[in-house]
Design a binder for this molecule. Structure first.
Ligand SMILES: C[S@@+](CC[C@H](N)C(=O)[O-])C[C@H]1O[C@@H](n2cnc3c(N)ncnc32)[C@H](O)[C@@H]1O
Length: 242
């Protein structure tokens, strides 16, 4: 137990600076562009005409990428600065995205159920992560697709650890604990926590991806990220509801 509430965690994200949100407005940061987005988009497949929920949409970059591909997107984001940024983008360049400022664990009626729900780097940021996963699955049509990405629970803080030691090291895996980030807090849980929760929710695992970076792509990174060639920084899961 960490003692954190959802509200306290959301408050931390609410102070994220606008210039940082703007820098990542088109397609996220380097790691998202090369490791997360391609896998999520492949897992979602053709989204044109589908209703997609971007759960914990942050600055809304993924919502906008999905809308460009023809999806009818609802983005849910509770943190004020991030929600405001996403909503502003929709005002200045309308794509038909509906943004809703709410905690995933308290979702209002969002209308028709979704064909797909994507939660990119979100479940790990929520103290009541089981409630959040349940909300994602409950929002789906029968047979709908739930895709979520988290920092890989076996290799958390991969880049800073590798930079310090030239390899990855960990001394704590089985406990739940918080990991302070520059703009918010993440929570360590195990791989089995996530996968068993999917099973509890009646989902069927379709794919678990642990993407690595090609050396040629790593060489184009703004700063050295050799670790991402050798170890997976992200765990990305696709599952379907019954
Ligand atoms: C690492 S950011 C990822 C944002 C976005 N999905 C992306 O990939 O850029 C984590 C996000 O989770 C959101 N979050 C935290 N607690 C939440 C909750 N209870 N319900 C929904 N989103 C939450 C934060 O506000 C933040 O936008």
């Amino acid at each position: 137990m960490t003692g954190w509430t959802n509200d306290a965690a959301i408050k931390r994200w609410s102070a994220m600076p606008r210039d940082v949100l703007a820098e990542m407005a088109d397609s996220g940061d380097f790691a998202k562009r090369h490791l997360v987005n391609p896998v999520i988009l492949r897992m979602l497949g053709r989204v044109s005409g589908l209703r997609v929920l971007d759960a914990g949409c942050g600055n809304g970059y993924l919502s906008r990428m999905l809308a460009v591909r023809g999806a009818e997107v609802v983005g849910v984001e509770p943190a004020e600065a991030l929600y405001a940024f996403a909503a502003e983008q929709e005002c200045s360049r309308p794509q038909g995205i509906r943004y809703v400022q709410v905690d995933l664990c308290a979702l209002p009626d969002l209308g028709e159920q979704f064909d797909a729900v994507v939660a990119s780097m979100v479940v790990q940021a929520i103290p009541d992560w089981r409630g959040a996963m349940r909300a994602c699955v409950d929002a789906l049509k029968p047979g709908g697709l739930f895709v979520f990405a988290v920092n890989h629970p076996c290799f958390e803080q991969l880049w800073p650890v590798w930079r310090t030691h030239g390899e990855f090291r960990t001394h704590e895996y089985l406990a739940t604990y918080e990991i302070e980030g520059p703009y918010g807090v993440d929570f360590h849980r195990t791989v089995s926590d996530y996968l068993n929760e999917l099973a509890n929710l009646g989902c069927r695992l379709r794919e678990l991806a642990e993407p690595g970076l090609g050396p040629d792509v790593a060489a184009t990174a703004p700063v050295g990220i050799e670790a991402y060639i050798h170890l997976p920084n992200f765990m990305i899961v696709a599952a379907t509801t019954a």
